[in-house]
Structure formats: C-alpha cells, structure tokens
Design a protein around this ligand. Structure first.
Ligand SMILES: NC(=O)c1ccc[n+]([C@@H]2O[C@H](COP(=O)([O-])OP(=O)(O)OC[C@H]3O[C@@H](n4cnc5c(N)ncnc54)[C@H](O)[C@@H]3O)[C@@H](O)[C@H]2O)c1
Length: 446
C-alpha cells in the first residue's frame, strides 16, 4: 500500500443502524455469516471489486482494501434502534428475507442485538404501531430531548462495546415528505432553534438522529429518501464537526437498472418519449410506502434518477416531448403494496424510445429482484467507505458515494447538479479511492 494521509482502521467499528427491519437484519446476518466463512458477501464492492491504480508499467489491479485502509468485517460491532422490541434474530425471522438455515448459525450473536427505543413520531409513519419508543407513558419527547437521548445511546454503546469509531446508518422506514423549508433548514442555528422549540412539522425524527450522530463524531448515512441530511443546516454541522455525510436512498433494484440503462439511450442519441416504472412489493417497507405521504418521499427520489442523464434543455429533439405540456419526456413511478410477494419485489419498466426520423420503439424490463439482498451489500460498502472518508479527513457531502444512492446529495444552493449516470458515478468512486490511497485520480480507460 502507498503512503497515505488516511488514519489506519484500528480497533472496532460500531455500526449503529436506525431500524431493525428487512434491510438491517439482512445486512447484519450476512456480515456475521461471512466473517465465520458461512456465506459470501456477494455484491459488495469493498469485498470484491478490483480497480486499476497507476499507469503504464506501474499499472496494477487491486482490491480496495489493498489501496486504502478499510475496516475488516471482523472489526464490526452492530447496534440498532427500532419501534418494535424484537431482537435482530426475531426481526430477521419476521422479515423472511433469508432462509432459517442462513440465520440460525449466528442466532446467538443476533439475539444480543436488541433495539434501543426509537426516537419516533407516529405522524411520520402512520402505519407503524410499535411501542419501543422513547418517552415515558406514551409522551413523545421534544425534538431536542430526542437529540439528547440519541447522543446518550451512542456514547453508551461506544463505551460498552469498546468501539474506536461509530457510523450511524438510517435503514428505517421512509418518513413522510418534508420539503426543504429555508427558515428552519437553511442554517444550523435555525435548525437548533426549531429543535429546541419542538417544531414537529419541519424537524423529522431522522434529523434528530443525524444531528446526534454528527455531534458525537460519527458519520451519518441516509438510506431512505428522507430529506434529513439534504439540508444546508446539516451540511454546516458536518463541516463544523468535520464529519462525512452520505445520502440519500439506497440504489438497489429498479433504480440501479435505470441509472445503468438510461446511459444507453443518451450515449446513442436515441429519443425518449416516456418511461413508466411500476413495482409490487409486500414487506413492511411496502406497507409504509402504501401511505401516500410516505410514497411521495420515495417518488421524488425515484423520479430524480433520469434528470441529469436525459436532459431536455440540452437535447430538445430527443427528450423534449411526451408529457402533458410537451416540454419533456413523461416519467412515472408507482409502487403497489402486494403482500404475497413480501421482500421479493417485482418491477416493470416500459420505455418508449424513438429512433431515426422519429420512428417509435419499446423496451420492456422486468426485474424480479430481492430488495434486501440488493440493499445489504450497499449498506456494507456505504458504512466502510464513510468510515474511511472520516479517517481521510473528508467531511460534508461525499459525492463519491453517489454510486450507491438513488438521489445523490449535491449542493443545490450553489446550482451544483447531481451525478446520476452509473458509469460516471463509478469513475468518481474509483478516483476518490485512488486519491485516498495516494494515487493520482484519472479517467484512463482500464
Ligand atoms: N430494500 C431496498 O432495496 C431499499 C432500497 C432503497 C431504500 N430502502 C429504504 O430502506 C429503509 C428500510 O427498508 P426495509 O425494507 O428494511 O423496511 P422495514 O420496514 O423492514 O424496516 C424499517 C424499520 O424501521 C423501523 N423504524 C421506523 N421509524 C423508525 C424510527 N424513527 N426509529 C427507529 N426505527 C424506526 C420500523 O419499525 C421498521 O422495523 C426504507 O426506508 C426503505 O425505503 C430500501
């Protein structure tokens, strides 16, 4: 390994997960099984991918961990919060993502992961009725008390488990849509005042987790489409505490395909009139998303994927027709709750493209995926790479992690555009790793 400025990955890494549902338990079980040699962490870039560093005669293809110091799977200690009190073993069995045979060998370890009471506000996820929540006798704490309680949880967990470093990952339900509201979200001072005033409309519980994590010197990752860390107030806090943040919304099934497929259309200068995406999903995530206010948060995130890949303002002939006012292609995303499928989501994409002289064609994609199976390696990579970023002194929005995210964060106050194109995102990821590994970033074809 080259000489770098990155601090070594010494000691235990505590991964504290908000939500102990399908994604979280699939992630935790997979890590515990993999480190016993009982399963393979398939789909994880940090565990499998090899990338080029150096050029010409100095060219080498290395695993990420041979380029930068990454935490080992054996260094990870898990903690969690949830609205439901079931331990991680019970929650993994309930989720029915993994077969009992793939959970039982690590049952002892999973049973010890017991959710701490959640900082929860039912108005943000009406379909959930668990009682493992903070507050005495059903009295919801104020937002500021939530922050204090989460900070104590993090400190206690870190001390009890002997962790050197903590990463906090949101893998909890999608909250109702909280649009960016400048008077509260615009500055850190305004956000803190709103938390102290217990402003329940503009301060989502997820913001309390993010605020608490950063204050405790832990990076925060937003795996749902919530606005949470996508506001200037939190960017300021991340700068102040010199902590990385990443978000939002894990890029797993349909959107992974979309951000990989849309470049085919744009690269070949084909036209697009419409892209209709629909899904059936039957797990608790699907139940929460069946509530229109929660679905809207997801819809905004899923719709953003094509925005910077197929741009009507740059190519009006190709992407400037199809919607009601004929200004751009028509893009629609639906999610339907369908219990029989549980976590095995099925997505359909109908893509109306056109070619030479405007002649129409159609492309159909039917992905029968497993949501949490695709999300678990993304969780692992985001946690390990965010921990790396913190040790490398990188703070604020980590754009190099856009590769793993449906709606990558960017500084919209400065007119910065997100990068949604999967292959551009991959170049950003590799270049950040090269840089942190002491190599020059480059765009040479491998
Ligand atoms: N699976 C995927 O492919 C995928 C992709 C992108 C994003 N996501 C997002 O990841 C999240 C988790 O998905 P899942 O399938 O595991 O859902 P899930 O419903 O199985 O688990 C979420 C858990 O979060 C808990 N929770 C809700 N609010 C909480 C709070 N304030 N504090 C603590 N716990 C809370 C719920 O009780 C539930 O157990 C969802 O927001 C989902 O939209 C999933």
């Amino acid at each position: 390994m080259k000489q770098t400025q990155v601090e070594p990955a010494e000691g235990k890494l505590g991964i504290m997960i908000v939500g102990c549902g399908a994604v979280a338990t699939t992630f935790m079980t997979g890590v515990l099984m993999a480190r016993r040699g009982l399963a393979k962490p398939i789909g994880s870039m940090t565990q499998y991918d090899k990338m080029r560093v150096g050029r010409g005669d100095a060219k080498q293809y290395l695993h990420y961990s041979d380029i930068v110091p990454l935490a080992q799977l054996s260094d990870i200690v898990f903690g969690t919060w949830d609205v439901y009190p079931q331990n991680a073993y019970q929650a993994a069995r309930y989720a029915e993502v993994l077969r009992p045979d793939d959970i039982d060998p690590v049952r002892d370890e999973l049973e010890q992961i017991v959710p701490m009471p959640a900082a929860f506000d039912k108005n943000y996820a009406k379909r959930l009725d668990g009682t493992n929540v903070k507050g005495e006798g059903g009295d919801m704490p104020t937002r500021w008390q939530m922050v204090e309680m989460i900070r104590q949880d993090i400190r206690r967990f870190k001390a009890e488990k002997g962790c050197q470093r903590i990463v906090v990952l949101w893998a909890a339900s999608t909250e109702i849509y909280v649009p960016v509201y400048e008077p509260v979200h615009g500055t850190l001072e305004a956000l803190e005042k709103a938390m102290q005033a217990d402003d329940r409309v503009h301060v989502a519980p997820s913001m309390c987790y993010a605020y608490a994590a950063l204050k405790e010197g832990a990076p925060f990752i937003m795996g749902a489409p919530n606005t949470t860390v996508d506001i200037p107030a939190i960017w300021q806090l991340a700068e102040q505490t010199r902590m990385p943040i990443a978000g939002k919304d894990f890029k797993t099934g349909q959107t992974l395909v979309k951000s990989g497929f849309a470049p085919i259309i744009s690269t070949r200068c084909l036209g697009l009139n419409g892209w209709f995406s629909t899904n059936i999903l039957g797990n608790r995530d699907g139940l929460v998303l069946d509530e229109p206010a929660n679905f809207h948060t997801k819809e905004v995130s899923k719709l953003s994927t094509l925005e910077t890949i197929l741009r009507p303002e740059e190519q009006p002939d190709l992407y400037g027709h199809g919607n009601a006012d004929d200004t751009q292609y028509y893009h629609k995303v639906r999610i339907n709750y369908y219990p029989p499928r549980n976590d095995n989501k099925e997505s359909w994409d109908n893509i109306d493209v056109f070619g030479w002289m405007g002649y129409p064609m159609q492309i159909k994609i039917n992905f029968l995926c497993r949501d949490s199976i695709l999300a678990a390696p993304v969780c692992l990579d985001l946690c390990l790479l965010t921990d790396l970023a913190a040790r490398a002194g990188r703070h604020g929005i980590q754009r190099f992690l856009s590769f793993f995210l449906k709606s990558p964060m960017h500084d919209y106050t400065q007119g910065e555009l997100p990068v949604n194109h999967l292959y551009q995102q991959y170049t950003m990821l590799k270049n950040a790793i090269r840089q942190m590994g002491g190599y020059e970033p480059d765009e040479e074809i491998d």
